[in-house]
Design a protein around this ligand. Sequence first.
Ligand SMILES: NC(=O)C1=CN([C@@H]2O[C@H](COP(=O)(O)OP(=O)(O)OC[C@H]3O[C@@H](n4cnc5c(N)ncnc54)[C@H](O)[C@@H]3O)[C@@H](O)[C@H]2O)C=CC1
Ligand SMILES: O=C(O)[C@@H]1CCC=N1
Length: 263
Amino acid sequence: MKRFGFIGLGNMGGAIARGLASGGAFALHGFDPSEGMCRRNADIMTIHPTALELARNSDYVLLAVKPQVMRPVLTGLVPALGPETCLVSIAAGVTLDQLVEWSGRKCPVVRVMPNTPAMVGKGVYALCFDHELLDEGRRQTMLDVFSSIGQAHVLPEKLFDAYTGLIGSGPAYVYAFMEGLIDAGVTLGLTRAQATSMVSGLVSGSALMAEAEGAHPTLLKEMVTSPGGTTIAGLNALDEHRFKFAIGRAVRAAAERSKELAD
Ligand SMILES: NC(=O)C1=CN([C@@H]2O[C@H](COP(=O)(O)OP(=O)(O)OC[C@H]3O[C@@H](n4cnc5c(N)ncnc54)[C@H](O)[C@@H]3O)[C@@H](O)[C@H]2O)C=CC1
Ligand SMILES: O=C(O)[C@@H]1CCC=N1
């Protein structure tokens, strides 16, 4: 059985590890300097005292640390790396060139960008297979791994900043939208508990419908919008406040920040 190691067992590392644990295809290994994080994950993996020891005991090493500590973490792994180990980074903004350079040009490297719905097995993942040392077998393994815990999309690295701004950061825009709806419900007299439960049902029902119908959201929107009715009044108010423009600005700002993180 192949060994899958995790360096960093926080929100994303821990979530992806739980997803892989339920599939049972890999022996899992982990390292995190936080004792609490190690304890929380000890039921599904072998915990190692150092990142170097973890790398010595893994065929795939998933790096789930913050971008700012990626360089020291990777340079510390160099003695354990060789062509038999595959590195997988989920850090925002850290480029393939940087990952290859910091890991001593010794092993294949994959960049993956997840999002937080990974925590409920519904992550959407971008996979970058641009590194020349990456063989077909490992590409297929990565596709199988991430398809088994959500949606996997292969993208060239040049689209990673865009993807990070749209889908990596995306759950936060959805939650901000939900927060706005909940506050509006409370303003109009619903209790916060009622509004929260109703808005959650609204968003999950609408997402399910968009997936099931396979129809463009513009058509689904038209199904709600009666001539002279309530919905067109609401949509016109959104247009007055440049709703779509604001969303576009948010995604572009996040994509630009992703690009800056590499500097
Ligand atoms: N949270 C999100 O929505 C997304 C995060 N990412 C990326 O995932 C990575 C991890 O983010 P989160 O899981 O949200 O952060 P987190 O803060 O929840 O987890 C990071 C973990 O790294 C550990 N850590 C700190 N220094 C370390 C070291 N020297 N060696 C090993 N582990 C160390 C921390 O103890 C912590 O458990 C980041 O690079 C981020 O850019 C990517 C897409 C989405
Ligand atoms: O905010 C961040 O930098 C990370 C990357 C994408 C989502 N969260």
